[in-house]
Design a protein around this ligand. Structure first.
Ligand code: ZN
Length: 120
């Protein structure tokens, strides 16, 4: 059995068939279905997935309380120009990318990341 999104093999699951390795692949596949209506959006989809992955990596290291130097995210090719929405968390205006939100502070030198509920 292979993951329908990334193609990795999935171990047999006692609880029945799984189509994706984890909730990220499930989520990205869902995102992909929304994007695939338009061929020209495929590049953009990759940008969203890449940006989501960068936010995830740093969120898992720092959590949502710490200020993270924004050039660290830039090294991973963070795209600051895309968003899937806006949100306000604790009176802070947050840019939403898929399952994460972020806000820049101090002249955009540091960033805070929040994990949001999957909203697709
Ligand atoms: Zn997968």
């Amino acid at each position: 059995m292979k993951c329908k999104f990334c193609g990795s093999s999935i171990e047999f699951d006692m609880h029945g068939n799984r189509s994706y390795c984890d909730e990220d692949c499930y989520y990205y596949a869902k995102l992909e279905r929304n994007f695939n209506k338009y061929e020209e959006q495929k590049v953009l989809l990759q940008e969203f997935i890449n940006t989501d992955k960068i936010l995830k990596v740093f969120y898992e290291i720092y959590g949502s309380e710490k200020y993270i130097p924004s050039n660290l995210l830039e090294d991973g090719n963070m795209n600051w120009d895309i968003q899937t929405g806006k949100k306000e968390i604790d009176k802070i205006k947050v840019t939403v990318i898929n399952q994460f939100g972020y806000a820049l502070f101090h002249n955009e030198t540091v960033v805070r990341i929040w994990k949001l509920k999957n909203s697709l």
